[in-house]
Design a protein around this ligand. Structure first.
Ligand code: AP5
Ligand code: MG
Length: 189
């Protein structure tokens, strides 16, 4: 099974490239952000809890996120592989993912780090906020998300380098060009 972690700051293109990977490789996709937004839309208890964090650009507590991740993962039957989009976001989540996969005789195949300069991230997210109105795509919340990314999530780059799974992807350029670079990495696995 291919277990691909697609990693990067807010707006780096994780969702965009995941959709292409799903289509090309027939993988299942877990976007923890999409899962939480669906819960908010459905007005569930989890959604109510999540909304407070998301609107403030903060992370949902690890224990909660890890439980959700495992239950979505186990809902896939006869999967060819899974793309983890937006998870892990903390060292605790990365360790939990490693344990969860090991318990199922699996492991992360590769971590793809989409690197995009901050100015470009800001431009993309403000534009999306104007077009689609995602509640956390406003300048103030985007800035908080970037601070959280640098303090809590970026340390995973070294963590995955030490784990031997890290792969750098230049996240600026055309969506097709970036996708081709990603496929070149996956096809070598
Ligand atoms: P999440 O939904 O994961 O949001 P995010 O990480 O902030 O990232 P985005 O989804 O905004 O960006 P993306 O990298 O997917 O880029 P996209 O392809 O959309 O998380 C939201 C919140 O949920 C978090 O803040 C947190 O509160 C909570 N949460 C989620 N997971 C959690 C976890 N594991 N633990 C705790 N809390 C969690 O692209 C962005 C835009 O750019 C699009 O408009 C796109 O069209 C455009 N674009 C893409 N590629 C290009 C390109 N090459 N050139 C130009 N434009 C491009
Ligand atoms: Mg996304």
């Amino acid at each position: 099974m291919l277990n691909i972690v697609i990693f990067g700051a807010p707006g780096s293109g994780k969702g965009t490239q995941s959709a292409r990977l799903v289509e090309k490789y027939g993988l299942n996709h877990i976007s923890t952000g999409d899962v939480l937004r669906a819960e908010i839309k459905n007005g569930t208890e989890l959604g109510k809890t999540a909304k407070g964090y998301i609107d403030n650009g903060q992370l949902i507590p690890d224990a909660l996120m890890i439980d959700i991740l495992a239950s979505v993962f186990d809902s896939f039957k006869d999967s060819k592989g899974v793309i983890f989009d937006g998870f892990p976001r903390t060292i605790a989540q990365a360790e939990a993912l490693k344990t969860m996969l090991a318990e199922r005789n699996q492991e992360v195949s590769v971590m793809l780090d989409l690197e995009v300069p901050e100015e470009e991230l800001m431009t993309r997210l403000i534009k999306r906020g104007q077009e689609s109105g995602r509640a956390d795509d406003n300048e103030e919340t985007i800035k908080k998300r970037l601070v959280v990314y640098h303090s809590q999530t970026a340390p995973l780059i070294d963590w995955y380098k030490k784990d031997g799974k890290y792969s750098h992807i230049k996240g600026v350029g055309t969506m097709d060009g970036i996708f081709a670079d990603i496929c070149a990495v996956i096809d070598k696995l």
